[in-house]
Design a protein around this ligand. Structure first.
Ligand code: URA
Length: 200
């Protein structure tokens, strides 16, 4: 069994938060274990909770279309969430739930070793771009310890608001160039440890 499968199996036994009692299924995440790009959303919704799979509802179908627009599908990337259980009535995740689930997400990242982490929405953005506002930093990237962090609006928010939809679709188009740049830098020289924010 792969390290990721084992981790995700352990996750299904997690009862650190009260909301674990309410779940139908844990939603660990899915995709390629060696994905170059990892997308991190917020929390499972009703459909995800039923199926145990991330982004399978309306927002997920939109995410699939966004991926297709850059010639990717969900088997080629890894899709996860900040928290792995559905909050009741789709309320926002609580700080304690985010903290309790952080270790699972960090372990997933350690195993997958993505070159790029794309945050979808405010909650995953806050983990890697603390104190920033999504309306200001969406479509910008931050490089840290060899990983590019790239902030995007949440597909559910963008789906119903035309202005955000234009933004999320334009931001998605920046991803292939960022990936190509990382691959080029890695071929040329070992990446220096750096922390800098840049416009793309
Ligand atoms: N929204 C999310 O943030 N994650 C999902 O898995 C589904 C909808």
């Amino acid at each position: 069994m792969s390290a990721l499968t084992e981790l995700n199996q352990q996750l299904t036994l997690c009862h650190k938060c009260d909301i674990a009692r309410l779940r139908t299924k844990v939603v660990p995440g899915e995709g390629a274990e060696n994905a170059e790009i990892m997308f991190i959303g917020e929390a499972p919704g009703w459909h995800e909770d039923q199926q145990g799979r991330p982004f399978v509802g309306q927002a997920g179908q939109y995410l699939d279309r966004l991926l297709l627009s850059i010639n990717l599908n969900r088997q080629q990337v890894y899709i996860a969430n900040v928290i792995k259980c559905r909050p009741p009535d789709n309320r926002d995740p609580l700080p304690t739930e985010i903290q309790n689930c952080r270790d699972w997400l960090d372990k997933q990242i350690d195993i997958i070793k993505p070159k790029m982490i794309v945050t979808l929405g405010r909650y995953s953005m806050a983990m890697y771009f603390p104190g920033k506002s999504i309306s200001k930093i969406h479509g910008t990237a931050l490089k840290h310890d060899g990983i590019i962090y790239f902030a995007m609006y949440h597909p559910a928010a963008a789906l119903h608001q035309q202005s955000l939809r234009n933004e999320i679709e334009a931001d998605m188009q920046k991803i292939p160039r960022l990936i190509a740049e990382i691959n080029k830098v890695q071929e040329e020289e070992p990446p220096p440890q750096q922390l800098n924010m840049f416009e793309v």
